[in-house]
Design a protein around this ligand. Sequence first.
Ligand SMILES: CC(C)(COP(=O)(O)OP(=O)(O)OC[C@H]1O[C@@H](n2cnc3c(N)ncnc32)[C@H](O)[C@@H]1OP(=O)(O)O)[C@@H](O)C(=O)NCCC(=O)NCCS
Length: 223
Amino acid sequence: MEHMPYQPEMDVQAVAPLATRTTEVVSTDWKTGLPVLTGKRVTLRELRASDATSLFAMLTTEEVSRFISPPPTTVEGFERFIAWTLRMRELGTYACFAVTLHGSDTAIGIFQIRELEPGFGTAEWGFAIGSPFWGTGVFEESAELVLGFVFEKIGVHRLEARAAIVNGRGNGALVKIGAVQEGVLRKSFLRNGQYLDQVLYAIVEDDWRARRDGKSLARTRVH
Ligand SMILES: CC(C)(COP(=O)(O)OP(=O)(O)OC[C@H]1O[C@@H](n2cnc3c(N)ncnc32)[C@H](O)[C@@H]1OP(=O)(O)O)[C@@H](O)C(=O)NCCC(=O)NCCS
């Protein structure tokens, strides 16, 4: 999340009228509309302009935002961010999912994915979830859905993430879903006037498939 690409000051294009865009898009081509990803407790879907209010409330708290790129500071800023995510998705270089809980359409967090090279062979992801939902399993379930989308629908073969070393929870979250620590990027992230060291993590497609197949095998044995 730290270096995810949206920067409000760079976003000078007019905001498209998205408020009327309320229908779910179920598409085989993610560039024309993100698929809806459904788990046991969470549904991940494309962002909508109407998510701006809840995302502003969820993602601008000190505990959520302290180790990530500064989020927009107003609801209107989030509306511009959401419009930007849709434009980038259409270009095929980026995707952003809203996390919702079954029975509620309120966005409580986001998962972002961006290409690191033309063609999306390697990519980076980042995520943030409102703190009332930390430690509830929402992150892990959402992450598994996003990983399936990244490796099977986009066709990524290597997915990177960066987490500030001081972000214990962010590092713990990545490790628990199978991300492998590959190195330390010294003083690579400027936050509040201070350069922080980051851990570089990656999940490669083969690791993800082996882990997923191992999990299904374990489930088969239990039942
Ligand atoms: C990152 C985030 C989405 C993870 O969601 P979450 O619900 O907090 O994650 P989980 O509780 O499922 O997993 C976090 C793990 O880190 C562990 N952890 C917590 N604090 C830790 C610390 N200081 N050091 C190491 N591990 C820690 C937790 O125990 C947990 O592991 P466990 O379930 O095996 O006990 C959420 O914390 C968040 O939005 N943080 C703010 C934004 C952010 O930092 N994004 C990530 C940037 S890399």
